[in-house]
Ligand binder design. Structure first.
Ligand SMILES: [Zn+2]
Ligand SMILES: [Zn+2]
Length: 473
């Protein structure tokens, strides 16, 4: 028995930017009992932060359960490491996220294997065996069906348009003769999704006294500032007979880009004879699953593939690269350019003046996409150990983003009637600070704080109790 303490939860984040998502919440009961749980445990995906991937600054054996908001690698990619280091308890998520994890985690293990082979890292942080063990712990849940994790904790998953299977996760923590402590984790959030029918959130959720742990990736930008440039850029390059390389995330973004190309074809803007190559093993796997209608995709959206789609194998990839002069579109993983066949296509086309390399999402600054952004045209840039001259057009757009923009996040938060506290995470440092001010003014919760790495936030049923500095790494 520990010493008596008032009922509270200590929430802390093990990541400070937008990858490596991991939040630890430690419930402290008045009888001295503790209940630590984890929300997401993702891989760091930038070069700078990659070195943190094998550091878990907590003892996984002590974590009572895991929650997963959605199936992106930067939210799930280190769960097998937790398992390798002794975690043996249930991991709750939605059924669709469970299906995604079954595809994504073995792929992460494969990437790790090839990183060891190429010398990028010196040892594997986990293996296929750890992945298999992890999947045995995963419990796939239905949306809006409350799970009784134990006598003190209920968990409910609500619709979230960020990705197939993505959820807002509500944790209700109970103790006799105390008010509940309710925490809603947004994971990554978006209100809508072109592929999905999303039920509105139930009224009772808006009535709860609540702490929301919210992402704010695009907390610096309103939706009115988004310029739709992708179609025009692609059509211009195609008209000039060039090659378009579109790095995309394997899941969600790749399918959305393909659907947009289909729409351009249907509108007669994109000639049907232009070949559209789809590359990246994981992307092809997900695209095939989507066209089979898994992930609760709307009936009318199952037929989202454009004409003349060619799924690429290694052999065709070589011939696509050699054929520099023909007009074509290559949709390939990974979204930030640093993994997958994008690592081959980008160097192959970066010095081709007729080529367009069009990024379709957020690019962290030390990824290939981020570095190209900071390289002026005509200058040299290092890729995969070689120097290349940047002569192709390199463009970026936020129009596909699967994240709510600042105004959409504010509107989302404003719907909750009893907000005790908003904890902001999943954003660049300056963005979190800027967005916190806006939440204070426009949402007016009792308190707003930035959930950065190195601070612990103590909350009780009525909101924020105190903030303590901690040192994890
Ligand atoms: Zn995500
Ligand atoms: Zn994320």
């Amino acid at each position: 028995m520990g010493k008596k303490e008032p009922f509270h939860v200590d929430v802390s984040s093990l990541h400070s930017n937008v990858t490596g998502s991991c939040i630890i919440s430690n419930v402290r009961f008045p009888d001295g009992g503790k209940l630590p749980f984890i929300t997401d445990c993702g891989l760091f995906q930038s070069r700078d932060e990659g070195k943190y991937n094998d550091m878990l600054p907590f003892n996984p054996e002590q974590i009572e359960f895991g929650l997963v908001t959605h199936g992106h690698t930067d939210h799930i990619g280190r769960l097998p490491l937790m398992v390798r280091r002794g975690f043996r308890n249930p991991i709750y998520t939605t059924r669709d996220t469970q299906s995604i994890m079954a595809v994504s985690l073995p792929d992460s293990a494969k990437v790790i294997r090839s990183d060891v082979k190429s010398g990028r890292i010196d040892h594997p942080i986990y293996t296929d065996t750890d992945v298999a063990r992890t999947m045995q712990l995963v419990k796939g849940c239905n949306f809006e069906q409350t799970i009784h994790v134990n006598e003190n904790v209920d968990v409910t998953f609500f619709n979230n348009g960020h990705l197939f299977g993505a959820a807002l996760v509500l944790v209700q923590i109970k103790y006799p003769s105390e008010e509940n402590i309710n925490i809603l984790f947004t994971g990554d959030y978006k209100g809508d999704n072109v592929f999905l029918n999303l039920a509105p959130l139930p009224e009772w959720l808006y009535e709860l006294p609540l702490t929301i742990v919210s992402e704010c990736t695009y907390g610096y930008m309103d939706s009115s500032e988004i310029k739709e440039v992708f179609s025009d850029n692609v059509l211009r390059c195609v008209r000039d007979g060039g090659t378009v390389v579109v790095p995309t995330f394997a899941l969600g973004r790749m399918q959305e880009v393909l659907y947009l190309l289909k729409r351009l074809e249907n509108e007669g803007l994109l000639p049907l004879e232009i070949p559209i190559y789809v590359d990246g093993e994981l992307g092809i796997k997900y695209t095939t699953l989507c066209s089979k209608g898994v992930f609760n995709i709307k009936e009318e959206m199952k037929d989202f593939l454009p004409e003349n789609v060619i799924f690429v194998d290694k052999l065709t990839r070589r011939s696509i690269i050699q054929d520099q002069d023909s007009c074509k579109i290559i949709v390939t993983t990974s979204g930030m350019g640093s993994f997958g066949p994008a690592q081959t296509y980008i160097p192959a086309y970066i010095s081709n003046e007729n080529a367009l390399i069009h990024f379709t999402g957020f690019t962290v600054k030390d990824t290939l996409g981020g570095r190209l952004k900071n390289t002026p045209k005509g200058e040299w840039v290092e890729m995969m150990g070689k120097e290349y001259r940047k002569l192709a057009n390199v463009e970026y757009t936020s129009e596909f983003s699967a994240h709510a923009k600042a105004d959409e996040l504010i509107a989302f938060l404003q719907q909750f009637k009893h907000l005790n506290l908003v904890l902001l995470n999943h954003g660049e440092e300056s963005v979190k600070d800027m967005f916190a001010k806006r939440v204070m003014q426009e949402v007016n919760p009792k308190a707003v704080a930035v959930l950065g790495c190195g601070s612990l936030f103590r909350i009780n049923p009525y909101g924020l109790v105190k903030i303590k500095a901690i040192k994890f790494i």
